[in-house]
Ligand binder design. Structure first.
Ligand SMILES: [Zn+2]
Length: 268
């Protein structure tokens, strides 16, 4: 499932290719992906509109058009691929340069919306800080953790707590910080918080550098796999030896999600 580093990679790819292009036309293969407005209004709203800017908030990709915004939720298996027309495309945008922006989605859980003001969308208003922005300071993180009795791993994945982190990166962050995923958030000591905070930034930055992880269906905007798998320490490695201590990686269920960790390295 695409998380912050994957969506950021797509954003950067598209910044190099589609800014300044106009959307000439759109083919809607699966109507339910277009959440708002109606398909007719959607088509009329985007035709001949120039793509001005590309934004990302959490795991959401946003294309700024002349006056409105196109919002893409990739959810589990969504892909945005620029280039030739892909016959498997669920929604396919034809651009003014004759190339296509394909929205592919095996499980069809993704969504596209056309809205006037993206910042007014309720789920955007409720979203926590962007972990790679300056607004996310150590002091703020400390403050955010204070009242939270939940376990740290599911908390890191809550979009209302911090934006953009999902199952894979939450596991990798806690391994880097040497913190047990079940540790209650409000019991973390200052030295422990001081390990998690930089681990969040480092893991996400490194994953962006390696263009994300393709452990499932993720592809970048060129249709290529990310290379962060080679850097993964715990996610998906149940029963395999820990790269640091040689002990075996375990998998438990936390908040309904498979959670990978090294019981020897992550005692904090
Ligand atoms: Zn270990």
């Amino acid at each position: 499932m695409p998380e912050l580093p994957e969506v950021e990679t797509i954003k950067r790819d598209l910044e190099d290719t589609i800014i300044g292009k106009k959307i000439a036309d759109v083919e809607i293969g699966v109507a339910k992906i277009i959440k708002e407005p109606s398909p007719q209004e959607f088509i009329e709203g985007i035709q001949n509109k120039e793509i001005k800017k590309i934004l990302r908030r959490g795991k959401v990709l946003i294309l700024k058009l002349s006056a409105q915004y196109l919002i893409f939720h990739l959810r589990m298996t969504g892909q945005i691929i620029y280039g030739n027309k892909d016959e498997k495309s669920k929604v396919c945008f034809l651009l003014s340069n004759g190339r296509y922006l394909n929205f592919l989605d095996q499980r069809v859980l993704g969504e596209i919306k056309l809205v006037n003001d993206w910042q007014e969308l309720p789920f955007i208003k409720q979203m926590g800080p962007e972990p790679l922005e300056e607004e996310f300071t150590l002091e703020r993180f400390q403050q955010m953790l204070k009242e939270k009795k939940t376990k740290i791993k599911p908390l890191l994945m809550e979009q209302g707590f911090i934006a953009g982190i999902g199952n894979l990166y939450a596991a990798e962050i806690l391994f880097k910080a040497k913190i047990n995923p079940s540790h209650p958030a409000n019991n973390l000591t200052l030295p422990e918080i001081k390990r998690i905070y930089p681990a969040i930034k480092k893991v996400l930055r490194q994953a962006i550098k390696y263009r994300g992880s393709s452990v499932d269906t993720y592809r970048d905007a060129r249709g290529e796999k990310g290379k962060f798998e080679q850097k993964i320490q715990v996610y998906g490695r149940k029963g395999k030896p820990c790269f640091e201590c040689g002990g075996l990686i375990e998998r438990i269920s936390l908040g309904g999600r498979g959670t990978y960790f090294c019981p020897q390295c992550q005692k904090g």
